[in-house]
Design a protein around this ligand. Structure first.
Ligand SMILES: Cc1ncc(COP(=O)(O)O)c(C=O)c1O
Length: 484
């Protein structure tokens, strides 16, 4: 079924969009002559524009639509909740959907990540995790710990704190000075590994993890609060961790009393075939930040899952345990619950009842349709299908895990020479982004690191969708090569 709008409606949409709407991270001038793409509806892994043209949503919107589009059972859950209780804050009050979702997320999360602090977005989740780290260390008598380590080219959000953690100089510069304390360490792009570890991925992983230790020592362990890492780094084009990387990072964090924050805004909720990306790579974080896939985009929601240990200073005596205080230790400091501390942070719409109801319905779909099982069963086929593209001269590397892949484009495969800024601009902005969309594929051509194409389809996809992606990419990348 298609839903073409009439010519007058289309013209009105274009005129109003160009006059009044401000698109995010978008050079608006590029729509001076061209039409603003307008997506009007979705069904399964496909979306449709105002002309009724169909696109395969190879990016799940923006790493969001895990269960695909047009699920009426999720929409109905939203409507039911809006009728019953559309809004009440989580400031001093609770509501049943937030309680149920917190309980469900805590039971899905690994280890002692038993406390959920909701937000409305990923940036707010990251911001909240940094604020919690800072306040936690103050309450346990280590007020000098405030710095945060993160990896180069990693994206962690756009609010000022999250931006200070983000490792993309190009999107930070207009907003300097940012909050102090953001420190960069190397990412895990093995394709661009330094020469001395480029032949051995395990040695590369040891080096990259040890760079975190060296940064902690350089900054002074007494000043470092947390390390923010994605399980598989998105920006730069999907950098999975080398074998042994995360266990070593965990050891380093424990050695210096530094919190390990797993930023799973993309990698949670099935993207890597598990509810949480850290499970796939076998490490236990102190905090998980999440957003996007928790609702599959049927309503906005984010949050952080926090370990019991970090919650302790903000908690109360456990009456069930006879009123005895817990005496947990954090790196030599006592974190006993004394009931005196409040996490001084909150946002109006965090844990919105409609969003929480939607998240519950979304997770029901995950269970009913075994979406994690689908990703695990088909990820090998997805990889194999994308790897067919390596016969093209422009495809340098295909990397990722689960339903999350990056394809790095190069000028010369043998030397791995990349494109200069001008070529990148012409290739990605001038040609690829539009050509892929025109050919019916939503994906992302990104040059925030080296030029890459990012794929992150809904978790319901099967071989026919992988083939469709491969064929469109083959066609467009072949054309791109003639334009260099
Ligand atoms: C790893 C990571 N952290 C944080 C964010 C910010 O999330 P939001 O756009 O919901 O603020 C993103 C967004 O893509 C992300 O990928």
């Amino acid at each position: 079924m298609t839903t073409p709008y009439g010519p007058d409606e289309i013209a009105a949409l274009q005129e109003k969009a160009k006059r009044h709407l401000w698109l995010h991270f978008t050079r608006m001038s590029s729509y001076a002559e061209a039409d603003v793409p307008v997506i009007v509806r979705g069904e399964g892994p496909y979306v449709y524009d105002q002309h009724g043209k169909r696109y395969l949503d190879g990016l799940a919107g923006l790493f969001v639509s895990q269960i695909g589009h047009g699920r009426t059972e999720v929409a109905e859950a939203a409507a039911r909740q809006a009728s019953e209780l559309a809004y009440f804050p989580l400031w001093s009050y609770a509501h049943p959907q937030a309680i149920a979702l917190a309980d469900r997320l805590a039971s899905l999360a690994p280890g002692d990540l038993n406390r959920v602090f909701f937000t409305t977005s990923g940036s707010e989740a990251v911001e909240s995790a940094w604020k919690l780290a800072k306040q936690f260390f103050r309450t346990i008598g280590q007020p000098t710990k405030y710095k945060v380590l993160s990896r180069s080219i990693a994206y962690h959000g756009t609010s000022m704190g999250a931006l200070a953690i983000t490792g993309l100089p190009g999107i930070k510069e207009p907003f300097e000075p940012l909050p102090a304390g953001g420190v960069r360490v190397p990412n895990t792009n093995f394709y661009r590994a330094p020469e001395f570890v480029s032949a051995d991925i395990t040695a590369f992983g040891v080096w990259a993890a040890d760079e975190i230790e060296r940064a902690i020592l350089r900054e002074g362990p007494e000043s470092v609060a947390a390390v923010f890492l994605e399980p598989c780094q998105n920006s730069g084009g999907c950098f999975p961790p080398p074998p042994g990387y995360f266990p070593r990072v965990r050891e380093i964090c424990d050695r210096y009393g530094v919190l390990l924050v797993s930023d799973e805004v993309i990698c949670a909720f099935g993207r890597l075939g598990y509810y949480f990306g850290c499970e796939r790579y076998g490490y236990q974080p102190d905090i998980i930040t999440f957003a996007k896939g928790v609702t599959s985009g049927y309503a906005p929601l984010g949050g952080m899952l926090v370990s019991d240990r970090l919650m302790e200073p903000f908690s109360f005596r456990d009456r069930a345990a006879g009123g005895h205080e817990h005496h947990r230790q954090f790196h030599g400091a006592e974190t006993a619950a004394d009931g005196q501390h409040t996490f001084l942070h909150g946002v109006t719409f965090a844990g919105h009842p409609v969003s929480c109801a939607v998240a519950m319905a979304n997770l029901d779909v995950f269970e009913k349709e075994d979406l994690l099982g689908n990703v695990r069963a088909r990820e090998g086929a997805f990889r194999a299908t994308l790897e067919k593209l390596t016969d093209l001269p422009i495809v340098g590397d295909v990397r990722g895990d689960g339903f999350f892949y990056g394809i790095e484009l190069v000028k010369d495969k043998a030397s791995r020479e990349t494109f200069d800024d001008d070529e990148s601009e012409r290739l990605l902005r001038g040609f690829l982004s539009h050509a892929l969309f025109d050919a019916g594929l939503v994906c992302r051509a990104d040059d925030r690191g080296d030029p890459v194409i990012q794929l992150s389809p809904p978790l319901i996809c099967t071989q026919e969708h992988f083939d469709e992606m491969e064929q469109i990419l083959r066609h467009v990348l072949t054309a791109a090569w003639t334009k260099i």
